[in-house]
Write a protein that binds this ligand. Structure first.
Ligand SMILES: Cc1cc2nc3c(=O)[nH]c(=O)nc-3n(C[C@H](O)[C@H](O)[C@H](O)COP(=O)(O)O)c2cc1C
Length: 170
């Protein structure tokens, strides 16, 4: 698929099949994330592949949005190796995690898997329940798997604002 086909084909899957994700496909998805750029190339990401019964049970206590996915990728980042914006207020942690997650999502589609990006969870609770070290925080959960035979995009998948509403030329 070329980039625009891939970008259009990706949608938020809300019903996954129980079919297991093959190791080689999972590795390709993770490799897609590995190639992502990060601020100053600091690569603060730490991806937890949650797929054991125990881990998925924990996910289900954090969010109602697993939708039957057999794998959930928790995209965390090391708070100590992020880029601090001048001004000292903001840092790149969440944006580094977001671009890694975007690569994961698109790589998944490329190998025939679907995803759903989740932020409907409490990051502090997720950190505690998943046993993350103090220096990490998790801002993104990604459901990953094969779509159920009945899965399809929600109608809003086709609804994007025109460029005239979201772009300003100056
Ligand atoms: C940052 C972000 C957070 C999201 N959080 C959730 C979520 O917690 N639960 C959920 O079901 N979908 C979630 N979604 C999916 C969006 O609702 C979905 O991307 C949007 O409605 C557009 O649909 P599409 O992805 O099928 O094109 C999230 C998407 C993004 C980008």
């Amino acid at each position: 698929m070329d980039f625009f086909e891939l970008a259009k084909a990706r949608y938020s899957c809300k019903k996954f099949s129980e079919k297991a994700v093959e190791e080689d496909k999972l590795t390709k998805v993770l490799e897609g994330g590995r190639l992502a750029p990060t601020a100053k190339n600091s690569q603060p990401q730490h991806i937890y592949v949650l797929r054991s019964e125990e881990s998925l049970k924990i996910v289900d206590t954090l969010t109602p949005c697993r939708y039957g996915a057999p794998v959930v990728l928790a995209v965390a980042h090391n708070k100590q190796s992020v880029f601090e914006y001048p001004g000292g207020v903001y840092n790149s942690g969440a944006e580094d995690a977001a671009i890694v997650a975007t690569h994961l999502v698109l790589a998944a589609k490329e190998v025939g898997l679907d995803t759903c990006w989740l932020n409907f969870f409490d990051p502090d609770k997720a950190k505690a329940e998943l046993g993350l070290p103090d220096n990490e925080m998790v801002t993104i959960l990604l459901d990953l798997g094969y779509p159920d035979a009945t899965a399809k995009p929600l109608p809003n998948h086709e609804s994007r604002k025109p460029l005239s509403e979201t772009v300003t030329y100056r």
